[in-house]
Design a protein around this ligand. Structure first.
Ligand code: PLP
Length: 368
């Protein structure tokens, strides 16, 4: 156990009521014994499809798997290029590369999401798809991105791992492109107690291919029609997610309350995330943009506040991707030196958030 006064994240289940409810749904799975693709998986798929305004959802073993299987289900592979952002967890680029396709990295806007103009400049005859990442809990500029995709007949696979429940022009993350992909790992907003993920779509054939791909490319569990791996969602995790889905609104509300308190306190002190009128962000992270970042991190450390630079290496700078095609990423490079995530998890109280804000204000008032 850490000694942080305000930890970045606390994965313990500290609420006794929640612990009871989770133990009870786990007990139900133990009792019915349908451990592999049990009824909870199907029920969760139906619930997630409905929450995301989609016809179909397929439970898979992780967010990374949702991306890999999503790409494969759309026929993306060797010879294809997929344009994605330069700032994301490396799983985004890896998923593209694992299919045999090549990731192509575009610059970001000041809101840390992919810049549609940068996408446009990278489109060529090999471009097959765009993979926007709804980073930090904010949906990308999807009107512009979908327009580009239409004009150039490109597929769109949304990496919505960080943005379950976020909306743009009233439309929910994961419902814009051909496929929406979610991670439900324990750090995410809609979180299991282990690895879990989900892919959503409106297309029946894509759905059928996803079902086959998540179980070794088989149909009817025996006949193999294409090489794939085992990427099924675990029934215990599905049961936990089903239970937690009932409380998701409360989790998002709490994160938005903390974010709004930070916004009030920190505006004019540091760069704060801007939520436009047509956006509804879920604050997977609360990323501030700061001067003297190193000193601030050290100061907050002495205040018992845990912060994170998420993610400190741009994907095109990671070793396997140093020779891949990449646009000018000067904005990403500039922002990467300035961003810092401060705690915004749903266990924080208003008092905690006030304390965090006050410490940051103290630091800059002290002449930094
Ligand atoms: C978490 C995350 C993933 C990967 O999800 P896993 O469930 O950990 O495999 C992919 N993309 C982004 C943007 C993420 O934040």
């Amino acid at each position: 156990m850490s000694n942080w006064k305000i930890p970045f994240l606390d994965l313990r289940i500290t609420d006794e009521d929640e612990k009871k409810r989770l133990m009870s749904v786990i007990n139900t799975v133990f009792t019915h014994g349908r451990i592999v693709l049990g009824p909870e998986v199907e029920e969760l798929e139906k619930r997630v499809a409905s929450m995301c305004n989609r016809k179909y959802a397929v439970g898979v073993s992780s967010g990374t798997d949702a991306l890999i299987l999503g790409l494969k289900s759309l026929g993306i592979g060797p010879g294809d290029e997929v344009i994605t952002t330069s700032l994301s967890w490396i799983a985004t680029a890896n998923a593209i590369a694992i299919t045999g396709a090549e990731p192509v990295f575009a610059d970001i806007q000041d809101d840390l999401n992919i810049d549609p103009n940068a996408i446009k400049e990278l489109i060529n005859s090999r471009t097959k798809a765009i993979m926007p990442v709804h980073y930090t809990g904010k949906v990308c500029a999807m009107t512009d991105i979908m327009k580009l995709a239409d004009e150039h007949e490109l597929l769109v696979i949304e990496d919505a791992s960080q943005s379950f429940g976020a909306t743009y022009n009233g439309k929910i993350a994961g419902s814009f492109g051909d496929i929406g992909c979610f991670s439900m790992n324990p750090m995410k907003i809609f979180a299991a107690c282990g690895e879990a993920g989900m892919a959503v779509t409106d297309d029946r054939e894509t759905y059928d291919r996803l079902i086959s791909l998540r179980y070794n490319g088989t149909v009817n569990k025996e006949v193999c029609i294409q090489p794939s791996h085992n990427g099924r969602l675990d029934t215990l995790q599905a049961a936990i997610l089903l239970e937690r889905s009932k409380h998701l609104n409360r989790i998002i509300d709490r994160r938005r309350t903390i974010a709004s308190l930070y916004n009030d306190k920190l505006t004019n002190i540091v760069g704060i995330p801007i939520e436009k009128e047509n956006e509804y962000d879920v604050y997977y992270t609360y990323s501030i943009q700061v001067e003297n970042r190193k000193e601030l991190i050290r100061y907050l450390d002495t205040c018992g506040i845990e912060t994170k630079i998420q993610h400190p290496i741009l994907m095109p700078h990671q070793q396997p991707y140093q020779n891949t095609r990449c646009g000018s990423i000067s904005n990403a490079e500039r922002l990467l030196m300035r961003i810092l995530c401060i705690p915004v998890n749903e266990k924080l109280t208003v008092k905690d958030a006030e304390y965090v804000s006050n410490c940051i204000i103290e630091f800059y008032k002290g002449g930094h």
